[in-house]
Design a protein. Sequence first.
Length: 78
Amino acid sequence: MARADDTMGILQQNLIDAGCSEQEIKCCLTLAANDNWTQILPILQKHRNRLLEGIHNGQNRLDCLDFLIYQISKEHTS
């Protein structure tokens, strides 16, 4: 675990925890090391959008499964 005053270590661990790819992590760390923090934001936003898309896809699957469970319960149980 990174020390509280280790900005680069904290950044790296947070990127790992957020599920960023090795390439995204390397790119963000390089940008941060060169004090280009604002250039990190589009990378993080793109990753966030991918994560959100995964959540939406999962929600759609859950909705389909819930409907199937409802239909089977309604039609095939007494």
